[in-house]
Design a protein around this ligand. Structure first.
Ligand SMILES: *[C@@H]1O[C@H](CO)[C@@H](O)[C@H](O)[C@H]1NC(C)=O
Ligand SMILES: *[C@@H]1O[C@H](CO)[C@@H](O)[C@H](O)[C@H]1NC(C)=O
Ligand SMILES: *[C@@H]1O[C@H](CO)[C@@H](O)[C@H](O)[C@H]1NC(C)=O
Ligand SMILES: *[C@@H]1O[C@H](CO)[C@@H](O)[C@H](O)[C@H]1NC(C)=O
Ligand SMILES: *[C@@H]1O[C@H](CO)[C@@H](O)[C@H](O)[C@H]1NC(C)=O
Length: 437
C-alpha cells in the first residue's frame, strides 16, 4: 500500500514537472548533467539575449560581427604576459559581445547566471547586485548567499589580479575588458557547474562598470592562467575540457562543454598544444600549411610560424567569430580559393569579406594542416550565405594590420560542429567532427 502511494506521488510529481516545463519551451530547460554543460549561441531561441525582433539585416549583422571581431583581435593582440590592458582609441566604441553562453549556479542557495564562455580569458567575473553601470539583465546577490566571502588582501589570490587594492581588508581590483573598465571585489563562493559543486571558487564581483563591453551576466574564463577555471579545479577536472559549438543557423542551437577527462571522445585527431610565453593564457597550435582543394597554398614561412618572441602563431579561440590569418597567408589562401571557384566569376566584397559571389558557387574544401592533424572544413564552416541566398562569402579575413597583429585565430564559425578537446596535462589539442546542433 505504501509503495503504491509512493508510486502515485512520484507519478503526480512527474506530471507536474512535465506540465510546468512544457509551459515554457521544453528545449530551453536546464539540461546540464554530470560534468557536461549546455552551450548556447546568444542568438539561440533559448537565449534571453536574442534580439526579440531581428532589427538588423543580414548584411548589417555580418558587419556588426566583424566589427566586434576587430575589437576581439585587438584584445587578443594586447594580451602580453602579465598585463591585458587594451589601448582604446579615443572616441571609438569597442564592443565585445559574447558568442556562446552557459549556465553557472553561484552561491548557496544557487543563483543561475548565463555566463559568456571564453577560452582566451582567465578569470571569472559577474555583475553583482548594486553594481553601478552593469547591464541590467541579471546580477548575483551576494547578500542572499550563505557561502559568499570577500577574499582577504593578504591571500595569495589577491596578488594574481591586475591592480589590486585593499578596502577594509577586502581585495579589490580594476581591469579593462573591451572598452569597459571594471571595478570588482575579489570574492569566493560555491560555483555549481552542471552537477559539480566547486566550493570557494574565486571570482570578481563587479561593483562598478563603464562602457558597453561587459557580458550581460558575466564571463567564465577557460584560459590557463592562475585564476582560471582550469587552475581552480585541477583536482576535479585535471585541466581537461572539450566543447562542441552549435551553428547559429540551426534551430537546435545547443552544444556542450564537457569538463574533465572522463567521457571525452576516443576517436579524435591530436596536434601538440603549445604555450607561448608572450601570451601564456592562449591556446596555441602549430599550423604548418593550408590546402585549398588538393593544392597546398604557397604561404611565406614566417606567416604561420610559432614565435615565442613576438607571440606570433595560431590560436584556437571561442570568442572570435571569423577565422583570421595574417595578411600574406590570407591573400595566398583567398587567391587559390578564387581560382578554384572560377576565374571568370565576379568577386564582390561585403564589409571585411573580400571574396563574395552573387551567383551559386561550388567551393573547394579547405584543410588546415597542423602538426600531426589535418583539419578539413566542410563548406558549412567556410561560407556564409545571405538569408535570401543571393550572396555567398568566404568567411575568412586577414588579421587587421593596424595593430601589428602576428596572430592567426581559428575562430568559432570554423569550429562549429566539431568537438575541440583541450588536454593541457598531455599538451595536446584534439578535433573531431561532431554534429551538435
Ligand atoms: C566589496 O568591498 C567593499 C570594501 O571592502 C565592501 O564595503 C563591500 O561590502 C564589498 N561588497 C561585496 C558585495 O562583497
Ligand atoms: C578602481 O576603480 C574605482 C571605481 O571606478 C576607483 O575609485 C579606483 O580609484 C580605481 N582604483 C585603481 C587602483 O585604479
Ligand atoms: C572554503 O574556505 C573556508 C575559509 O577559507 C574554509 O574554512 C573551508 O574549509 C573551505 N572549504 C572547502 C571545501 O575548501
Ligand atoms: C572565361 O572567359 C573567357 C572569355 O569569355 C573564355 O574564353 C574562357 O573559356 C572562360 N573560362 C572559364 C574557365 O570558364
Ligand atoms: C595531411 O595531408 C597531407 C597531404 O596533403 C599528408 O601528406 C599528411 O600526411 C597528412 N597528415 C596527417 C597527419 O594525416
Amino acid at each position: 500500500m505504501e509503495t503504491l502511494q509512493l508510486f502515485l506521488s512520484i507519478l503526480l510529481l512527474l506530471l507536474l514537472l512535465s506540465t510546468s516545463s512544457l509551459a515554457q519551451n521544453p528545449k530551453c530547460s536546464d539540461r546540464d548533467q554530470e560534468s557536461t554543460l549546455e552551450v548556447l549561441h546568444i542568438y539561440s531561441p533559448c537565449s534571453p539575449f536574442r534580439p526579440s525582433s531581428p532589427s538588423l539585416s543580414w548584411e548589417e549583422s555580418i558587419l556588426q560581427m566583424q566589427h566586434e571581431d576587430q575589437a576581439r583581435l585587438q584584445f587578443l593582440s594586447s594580451l602580453v604576459a602579465g598585463k591585458s590592458v587594451v589601448p582604446v582609441a579615443s572616441g571609438r566604441q569597442i564592443v565585445q559581445s559574447p558568442t556562446y553562453i552557459l549556465r553557472a549556479k553561484i552561491g548557496t542557495p544557487p543563483q543561475t547566471l548565463l555566463m559568456a564562455m571564453d577560452t582566451s580569458n582567465d578569470a571569472a567575473w559577474v555583475p553583482c547586485s548594486g553594481c553601478v553601470g552593469c547591464p541590467s539583465s541579471a546580477a548575483f546577490d551576494s547578500a542572499k548567499s550563505t557561502t559568499y566571502r570577500n577574499v582577504a588582501c593578504k591571500s595569495p589570490q589577491c596578488s594574481q589580479v591586475s591592480n589590486p587594492t585593499c578596502g577594509g581588508g577586502a581585495c579589490l581590483f580594476n581591469m579593462t575588458y573591451g572598452s569597459s573598465t571594471l571595478a570588482a571585489n575579489l570574492s569566493r563562493d560555491t560555483f555549481t557547474l552542471a552537477s559539480d559543486p566547486i566550493p570557494n571558487y574565486t571570482f570578481g564581483c563587479i561593483q562598478k562598470a563603464t562602457g558597453s563591453s561587459v557580458p550581460p551576466q558575466g564571463l567564465l574564463g577557460l584560459g590557463r592562467g592562475p585564476l582560471s577555471l582550469l587552475s581552480q579545479t585541477q583536482d576535479l577536472y585535471k585541466s581537461t575540457f572539450s566543447y562542441c559549438l552549435p551553428s547559429f543557423k540551426s534551430p537546435g542551437f545547443s552544444g556542450s562543454l564537457r569538463l574533465g577527462p572522463t567521457a571525452q571522445p576516443l576517436r579524435i585527431k591530436f596536434t601538440p598544444l603549445l604555450r607561448n610565453p608572450r601570451r601564456p593564457s592562449l591556446y596555441y597550435a602549430n599550423l604548418v600549411a593550408i590546402r585549398v582543394g588538393r593544392k597546398i597554398v604557397d604561404i611565406p614561412p614566417g606567416a604561420l610560424a610559432f614565435n615565442p618572441t613576438t607571440g606570433g602563431g595560431t590560436i584556437f579561440d571561442s570568442g572570435t567569430v571569423f577565422t583570421r590569418l595574417v595578411e600574406p597567408a590570407y591573400v595566398a589562401v583567398r587567391n587559390e580559393f578564387r581560382r578554384r571557384v572560377g576565374r571568370n566569376l565576379t568577386v564582390t566584397s561585403l564589409g571585411g569579406f573580400d571574396t563574395c559571389y552573387s551567383v551559386p558557387i561550388v567551393a573547394p574544401t579547405m584543410t588546415f594542416m597542423f602538426s600531426g592533424m589535418n583539419l578539413t572544413l566542410p563548406a558549412d564552416n567556410l561560407l556564409i550565405h545571405s538569408t535570401a541566398g543571393s550572396i555567398t562569402c568566404l568567411a575568412l579575413a586577414a588579421s587587421p594590420g593596424d595593430f601589428n597583429s602576428v596572430l592567426n585565430v581559428i575562430a568559432n564559425m570554423q569550429q562549429q560542429n566539431h568537438r575541440v578537446l583541450y588536454d593541457v596535462p598531455n599538451s595536446r589539442l584534439g578535433v573531431a567532427r561532431e554534429l551538435c546542433t
